[in-house]
Design a protein around this ligand. Structure first.
Ligand code: HEM
Length: 437
């Protein structure tokens, strides 16, 4: 995710450019129809933080579903906002490469900025290397492995839920969403349990924009990620000698991963940490928020909890924890009547495809028994389709089963605070109060 590490800086850079309406730091974000179409640029973290994206995406879907932006920092990049276009690009890995990065970044031939880490990970690789590395770690999420994990996850869910205060305000993100996903990650890596919040920290550091409260600079980020590498190298050495059924042991012994370069090892660790962390975390928070926004759906759930597996898919559609993935064109091609050039970047805005009315009726609404909820784009499609999707669904299912055993309502009692990112769509705070059954 080298571009992920750097791209937020590019976004900052973009946001400083004059002449781009609302890309100033402080101004009010205008009505989407007051902005000339060609100036709309969705790579804008503050728009996501203020939750002002929906009208813009709706306009792009209607008026310009394959939308071009060009900027001196990034070069040409396209925003795809319709369900079918996104699926078509995501499914065509021969024409659209992942190897130049999966978030918006510098043009293909540009040099990385000084101080930036060049991490390598299989989400940002093409065949054949992608396939062998993925195959090495994917047994951890095979059906047998998930079966073994389910009781452990249930036990941890119960412990967390039973420790929560009743009738008292607290931050759901911190006490439940982060805690639960971090515990699960610690289990997957067999990471020292009492130090598990290090995993949360490294995940945050890997995805946050420097200067936005998490890390101060690119150098500070580099230093922390190198700490992560040192820590895991130690674990790697232990597992070389004493392997277990965990991700570090799998990487240390896998035929195709055991000789990885340090930054490749770090890159794949960050992929697994971020992949398993931010996404599930924000689906846990998003579900609570969505059920509060649509009380008729909460009531439906109380009346029939057998809807939970379908509801989980619908929550993941509604939340779309990763707003987009990037591809880069290997060749000149046409898409939606537009001429895509070799090396152009394409941003597949899953968050918009998931609200495409031609695919999902009443798409902005959470409908927990929606018949086609499972066809959402949130896990991507094709070769890179999320490796952890079953694990994420299992966690959310177990969580909601246990919530419904205990509480009549997880009530949202204040405004959520959203992440400053146009890539990870999430929450930093969600004040709630629990009401017992
Ligand atoms: C609701 C939760 C999750 C969401 C929304 C999500 C979303 C995604 C998306 C959009 C992709 C890229 C798909 C593409 O490019 O076509 C992806 C890939 C990936 N995810 Fe997830 N993810 C989630 C949970 C997890 C978990 C729990 C893990 C932990 C094992 C995980 C590990 C991965 C990995 C390793 C990849 C790279 C797959 C590849 O390149 O072949 N994800 N995920």
């Amino acid at each position: 995710m080298s571009e992920a590490v750097n791209s937020e800086e590019n976004q900052e850079e973009i946001s400083r450019r004059p002449g781009q309406i609302f890309f100033d730091k402080g101004g009010e974000i205008p009505d989407p129809y007051d902005v000339p179409l060609e100036e709309i640029n969705m790579v804008h973290p503050r728009m996501f933080q203020e939750n002002k994206i929906w009208g813009y995406f709706e306009r792009l879907r209607k008026e310009d579903p394959v939308h071009l932006n060009e900027h001196e920092v990034t070069g040409r990049f396209w925003s795809l906002t319709k369900y079918d276009d996104i699926k078509a690009v995501d499914s065509n890995h021969e024409l659209f490469s992942s190897a130049h990065g999966i978030t918006i970044g510098l043009p293909v031939d540009a040099e990385l900025p000084e101080g930036a880490l060049n991490l390598s990970m299989f989400i940002a690789m093409d065949q054949p290397k992608h396939d062998v590395q993925r195959a090495t770690v994917s047994p951890i999420v095979a059906p047998m492995s998930l079966k073994k994990l389910e009781p452990i996850i249930r036990e941890r869910v119960c412990n967390i839920l039973d420790s929560l205060p009743l009738d008292e305000e607290f931050n759901w993100v911190d006490k439940v969403s982060i805690e639960l996903t971090t515990q699960m990650l610690a289990t997957l890596f067999d990471f020292p349990f009492e130090e598990r919040r290090k995993l949360t920290r490294w995940s945050d550091v890997a995805t946050a924009a420097p200067g936005t409260g998490i890390v101060e600079s690119e150098e500070a980020r580099r230093a922390e990620l190198l700490e992560c590498l040192t820590y895991f190298t130690e674990l790697w050495q232990q597992r070389k000698v004493n392997p277990g059924h965990d991700l570090v042991s799998m990487l240390a012994h896998g035929e195709n991963t055991r000789d990885m370069e340090p930054f490749e090892f770090l890159g794949n660790l960050i992929l697994l940490i971020v992949g398993g962390n931010d996404t599930t975390r924000n689906s846990i928070s998003g579900g609570v928020l969505a059920l509060n926004e649509y009380p008729d759906q909460y009531q439906k759930l109380r009346e029939d909890v057998s809807v939970i597996p379908n509801m989980v898919a619908e929550i993941i559609r509604w939340q779309t924890p990763l707003a987009y993935m990037r591809r880069t064109a290997n060749e000149d091609t046409m898409l939606g009547g537009k001429q895509i050039r070799k090396n152009d970047q394409l941003l597949m805005w899953y968050v918009s495809g998931n609200r495409d009315e031609e695919k999902f009726d009443n798409a902005n609404k959470l409908i927990i028994d929606r018949a086609n909820a499972r066809q959402h784009l949130s896990f991507g499609f094709g070769l890179h389709r999320c490796m952890g999707n079953r694990l994420a669904e299992m966690q959310l299912r177990v969580l909601w089963e246990e919530i419904m055993q205990r509480f009549d309502k997880v009530e949202v009692v204040g405004e959520p605070e959203r992440s400053f990112s146009s890539f990870v769509r999430g929450y930093t705070s969600l004040p709630v109060r629990l009401h017992a059954k």
